[in-house]
Design a protein around this ligand. Structure first.
Ligand SMILES: Cc1ncc(COP(=O)(O)O)c(C=O)c1O
Length: 464
């Protein structure tokens, strides 16, 4: 096995190497000024976790308007996989901006769009997905997958999963499971059926893996498909191979192959939403590869654009080919900046073998976090793959009652560690740093996390 260099790349700026480094107690005066203006003029819909402003970023560190430097365990929600301000991505954007920003993908051909689609075909699971459609976000990719799967199968219903998140517009929101996101925005299209995701820590059926033999899949097959309401007009099963917003849940290895089998038997398409878990994050280029599952349509986004808005579907050729010119479209799809930036970012992930690096660092982090779990009553579960790790916080290990975590999160932020949450109860910390993070920085972040956990436990013991 080739060894992996786990130090920071040379291009990471000096100020970012010493993260975290807080100059003033956050939020400082400049940040407060920005936040006040934002509060006045920007919608409150964004769920800002920290009183935190973005000024610049490098590698795995982010600086706020007051010069405070934070260690970043979020990658901007799995976007900056090859590191913030990666020089190859910046160079590609600059060069492209000087030549062509808007490529008129609706009406003209563009070399980089064809080139990027070729690259995605070459790296697709089983090299079986040969045709791409580019849009501007993950949710647009989901919308495209829904439309294509209906167009191809001439069916209109979908199976999705409890805990799923597929985006905030139209069909993507209808396919998502949380009340918080859907509240007040209905009515939603009918024909969406929610199946239990293998959330083994809180098994829907109070079973244990592996003795359960994946009862949740059995339930999908025998209860939902037969008696759960579908009319038989099922177009697709849409699934996150490793659930993101649902709480960084890695399903047992049999899950995806069994879904594939059900789809084949019932003539439904298997759609893998790899928007959050794809592109090296889980230690594989695509999480589908870990079980050798070939979906019919793969949805990608987030890291795909290297920070420039981009989403895409990559599908089997015979499926994509059913769309006629005009069947689907987007003014900015395949635009100059997103193609140049995205291609540079994906190439960097491949050339620097960041999936492998993610696997090695992730295994190390999971080992450390599991040791921590043995010493801390409020750490209920540690799970995930590569650098997509979830740490589920509970009031105590026996009851598994979810612990409210904003306080721990605030403590970490004040220590200079950016860590965001997910999960159906909002109590799962995500460890998802840029994949170029050094082992040293990863350890430092875990130490900061542990100190915040210890402080919280002491306060809980004291009944405060
Ligand atoms: C699995 C998954 N699907 C879809 C989306 C929606 O992507 P976007 O926010 O780019 O529309 C997300 C975003 O978090 C996601 O994690």
């Amino acid at each position: 096995m080739v060894s992996v260099d786990l130090s920071l790349p040379n291009w990471v700026e000096e100020w970012a190497r010493g993260a975290p480094d807080l100059k003033v107690s956050p939020p400082g005066p400049k940040s407060k000024e920005i936040i006040a203006k934002d509060r006045r003029y920007v919608s409150d819909a964004y769920d800002r976790l920290f009183q935190f402003t973005m000024k610049k970023a490098s590698g795995s560190a982010v600086m706020d308007a007051d010069g405070n430097v934070y260690l970043d365990f979020s990658s901007g929600i799995s976007v900056m996989n090859a590191g913030w301000s990666n020089p190859k991505v910046i160079a590609a954007i600059k060069e492209q901006a000087e030549n062509l920003i808007h490529s008129m993908a609706n009406d003209a051909y563009f070399d980089k769009e064809a080139e990027f689609a070729e690259l995605l075909a070459e790296i697709s699971p089983g090299r079986a997905l040969e045709s791409s459609f580019f849009g501007n976000s993950g949710a647009e990719g989901v919308e495209a997958a829904v439309k294509l799967s209906r167009y191809y199968t001439k069916c209109s219903e979908h199976i999705v999963f409890m805990g799923s998140y597929h985006g905030r517009v139209g069909n993507a929101l209808a396919l998502s499971s949380r009340v918080k996101f859907k509240y007040g925005h209905g009515p939603f299209p009918s024909g969406v059926f929610f199946a239990p995701y293998p959330y083994c820590y809180r098994c829907w059926f109070r079973q244990e893996y592996p003795s359960c033999d994946l009862l949740c899949i059995d339930y999908l097959r025998k209860a939902i498909l037969e008696f759960g309401g579908p009319s038989g007009s099922l177009a697709s099963v849409i699934v996150e191979p490793l659930q993101g917003e649902g709480g960084y849940i890695a399903p047992p290895k049999e899950f995806m192959p069994r879904l594939r089998r059900i789809c084949d038997e019932r003539r439904m398409l298997l759609v893998a939403d790899e928007i959050q878990c794809g592109l090296g994050r889980t230690g594989e280029v695509w999480e589908c590869n870990s079980t050798e599952t070939v979906p019919d349509i793969l949805i990608t986004g987030k890291a795909l654009g290297g920070g420039v808005p981009l989403g895409a579907i990559v599908a089997k050729k015979d499926i994509m080919n059913v769309w006629r010119p005009g069947s689907h479209s987007s003014t900015f799809g395949g635009n100059g900046l997103s193609m140049a930036s995205g291609m540079a970012h994906v190439r960097e992930i491949l050339e620097e073998r960041l999936a492998e690096r993610s696997r090695v660092l992730g295994a190390h982090a999971i080992e450390r976090l599991n040791e921590m779990k043995d010493h801390h009553e409020i750490i209920g579960d540690v799970r995930g793959k590569g650098l997509m790790i979830g740490v589920e916080m509970v009031k105590n290990k026996e009851t598994k009652d979810p612990l409210l975590v904003p306080e721990i999160q605030g403590l970490m932020w004040r220590k200079g560690l950016l860590m965001i949450t997910s999960g159906m109860y909002g109590n799962v910390f995500r460890i998802a740093p840029p994949l170029i993070i050094s082992r040293e920085q990863l350890d430092l972040g875990i130490d900061l996390f542990e100190s915040a956990v210890t402080e919280t436990e002491k306060r809980m013991e004291a009944g405060r």
